[in-house]
Unconditional design. Structure first.
Length: 240
């Protein structure tokens, strides 16, 4: 029986992404990026995303398809900062925060007790005491580097969760326990996220860490409470 093989021809990833539904950008070969022009500036100027034939850029393209408004907003903010400050050895607080979220960010839609436990890094409360509430929650991965890491899961993979709570109406599906199974980005969430992304708030790095394999259902080993006893992964909050 014949086996399907991955397309490894030059530009294969860009072609595959361009075959998907409408997107505000097109994906082109990395070779299209002119020498000396910043990646973010090129995207803003041309509406084209330089893309390599690897998983990292493939996942970046998938996020563009799932969150076109938010990715466009982040690119706008990056390009504005580059135009204002140029490209130097240090990105600055706004570009640094954008990079963190773009590469490693996630959104949590969850009941208030889960949020409070997460912000306090109360891992016992988050994953054991309130474990049943995860049936009403969704962790939506945004960062493409985070997606790439999850191809080969390891216990210490940690997301930077944006400290923003989204109302159920942002999903257009109502309560999260009514979302269709397997859907990563509900309608309306992209627009709600894009509306909240601004330079001032991002400069404050509004993120909190979440070891993603601790989320119930994401990894079989976390069914045992002892899984969360590893303080090298589930680190307590720093004392003031």
């Amino acid at each position: 029986m014949a086996h399907a093989t991955a397309d490894t021809s030059p530009g294969a990833v860009a072609q595959a992404l361009n075959a998907q539904p409408a997107c505000p950008v097109r994906f082109v070969s990395q070779a299209q990026l002119p020498d000396g022009e910043a990646y973010e500036t090129f995207i803003r100027r041309t509406g084209q995303v330089p893309t390599r034939d690897n998983l990292h850029d493939f996942f970046n393209g998938l996020v563009w398809l799932g969150f076109p408004l938010s990715k466009s907003r982040l690119n706008q903010l990056q390009a504005t900062e580059i135009a204002r400050q140029g490209v130097g050895a240090v990105r600055g607080p706004v570009r640094d925060a954008i990079t963190v979220f773009d590469e490693n960010g996630a959104l949590l839609l969850a009941p208030e007790p889960l949020w409070q436990a997460l912000l306090c890094r109360d891992w016992q409360g988050l994953f054991i005491t309130h474990r049943g509430l995860w049936a009403q929650a969704r962790l939506v991965v945004f960062g493409h580097a985070l997606m790439e890491q999850l191809v080969l899961p390891r216990k210490n993979i940690t997301a930077h969760v944006l400290v923003e709570q989204f109302a159920p109406e942002c999903t257009e599906w109502g309560a999260v326990d009514a979302w269709p199974e397997g859907c990563g980005c509900p309608p309306g969430l992209d627009a709600a996220l894009a509306a909240r992304l601004d330079a001032d708030s991002l400069a404050r790095k509004p993120f909190t860490p979440l070891p993603v394999l601790g989320v119930p259902g994401w990894w079989p080993d976390n069914a045992c409470p002892h899984f969360y006893a590893d303080a090298s992964v589930f680190r307590p909050a720093r004392r003031a």
